[in-house]
Ligand binder design. Structure first.
Ligand code: SF4
Length: 151
């Protein structure tokens, strides 16, 4: 059976309480791509709207694809369309900001559909335009990625 999966490369980011970040753990996407140079020229594939921040490529003749996510070397906040619901029912519009909407609390308190919609819209409107995450900075997220749902 042929493998049609997607291998994803994600640049290591200085975020989250669980991260012990040192610059030597970082490798830029461009450097990682060079590892494939002997296998052929990577062809860029235009995926659907569900690609999110990943840039998808395929090696000549390959069934599967390679996805590259580059939060340090190529910021992609302008393309980010994600909302995340934590395991505690908190809705977040950005991984790197601690702002959350207590959606579980709102629903359990008997909110109407209109009130739930207003909470969703408020969370979306608070989504930041971008971040300043750099190699020499700690990130703005203070939660564990496993709780938040990762990038
Ligand atoms: S930092 Fe926030 S807005 Fe930017 S890509 Fe990550 S989750 Fe999306």
């Amino acid at each position: 059976m042929a493998c049609r999966g997607e291998l994803q490369w994600f640049e290591c980011m200085p975020t989250g309480e669980a991260t012990v970040w040192t610059k030597d753990k970082y490798m830029a996407t461009a450097e990682f791509k060079k590892a494939f140079a002997s296998l052929g020229v990577l062809e860029r594939i235009q995926g659907g709207g569900l690609d999110g921040p990943a840039e998808i490529y395929r090696l000549p003749g390959a069934m599967g694809t390679l996805g590259f996510i580059s939060p340090i070397s190529n910021h992609f906040c302008d393309r980010c369309n994600r909302l995340r619901l934590t395991s505690e029912g908190k809705l977040r519009s950005c991984l790197l900001q601690d702002f959350e909407t207590d959606l579980r609390g709102i629903i359990r308190n008997g909110a109407t559909d209109q009130e739930i919609r207003a909470a969703l819209v408020d969370t979306i409107l608070k989504k930041p335009k971008g971040y300043t995450l750099q190699l020499d900075q700690a990130g703005g997220c203070h939660g564990r990625m496993s709780r938040i749902g990762g990038c």
